[in-house]
Write a protein that binds this ligand. Structure first.
Ligand code: DGL
Length: 260
């Protein structure tokens, strides 16, 4: 069983990509809506929440954990790997791999929450592999609440994006990493603003591929073979109206959210 968590609905973009690629693997999701957003909180708090989320998913039967949140991946991955004896997959490495194989000019942009950008993890990992690459990052803290509110097509959201992407637009990047799992829900607006010459890297799809190759290699990971994805369970720490709507939109079917 695959356990996936995020601070809210954003990680469902990862869950949906995982469900599509691995339809035979039962999936459990936890959205910590009661405590969203994570990206404005301290590393210590994000780590504590991530430990609790992981513990819950393991109690429910998860055998591999996907941290479907860049903020938690940035600061909590090492701690989760030390504390829990099952594979912990994060979203940053797959996104970087995809960005590095995409970029031709070595000028890469990253947008994410404050916690992710402050951690410097993307820059560090890219420069470790390509010291000459130029990395431009921008924290966009207002975007997560806008997505959680379902404001993905509003004029106000476009205005905020224009402001956030202004500097990046002048840096001649050819690749932009969506370093937050909420941002694929704003993909069209971001693409329109940054320009169609820039390739957007969606960590959801990249992470699902990474997980699939991991599971394919791992002989110990058993999949039942006749699993029905509609049996996948989606837990939330708070049940809000918008969350249920966004979840159903992401999956293209009615998703019943289970409050814990
Ligand atoms: N979707 C998460 C991320 O990738 C969470 C953002 C947040 O809660 O601030 O960073």
């Amino acid at each position: 069983m695959i356990g996936i968590f995020d601070s809210g609905v954003g990680g469902m973009t990862v869950a949906q990509a995982v469900e599509q690629l691995l339809p035979d693997s039962p999936l459990l999701y936890l959205g910590d809506i009661a405590r969203t957003p994570y990206g404005t909180k301290s590393a210590r708090t994000i780590i504590d929440y991530s430990v609790e989320n992981t513990r819950f998913l393991i109690q429910q039967g998860a055998k591999v954990i996907v941290i479907a949140c860049n903020s938690a991946s940035s600061v909590a991955t090492d701690r989760l790997r030390r504390e829990f004896n099952i594979p912990i997959i994060e979203v940053i490495t797959p996104a970087i791999e995809q960005a590095l194989s995409t970029s031709r000019t070595g000028r890469i942009g990253i947008i994410g929450t404050r916690a992710t950008i402050r951690s410097g993890v993307y820059e560090d990992k890219i420069r470790q592999q390509h010291p000459g690459y130029k990395v431009f990052s921008k924290a966009c803290p207002l975007l997560v609440p806008l997505v959680e509110e379902g404001w993905t097509g509003k004029r106000e959201t476009k205005m905020i994006l224009r402001r956030y992407l202004h500097d990046l637009k002048n840096q001649q990047i050819d690749t932009l990493i969506l370093g937050c799992t909420h941002y694929p829900l704003l993909k069209d607006l971001i693409q329109a603003r940054i320009g169609k010459k820039v390739t957007l890297i969606d960590s959801s799809a990249a992470t699902a591929l990474f997980l699939k190759s991991y599971i394919d290699r791992d002989k110990a990971f058993e999949t039942p073979g006749n699993h029905d994805p509609s049996q996948n369970r989606f837990f939330v720490t708070d049940l809000t109206e918008t969350a249920a709507q966004i979840a159903s939109k992401i999956f293209g079917r009615t998703i019943q959210l289970l409050p814990i």
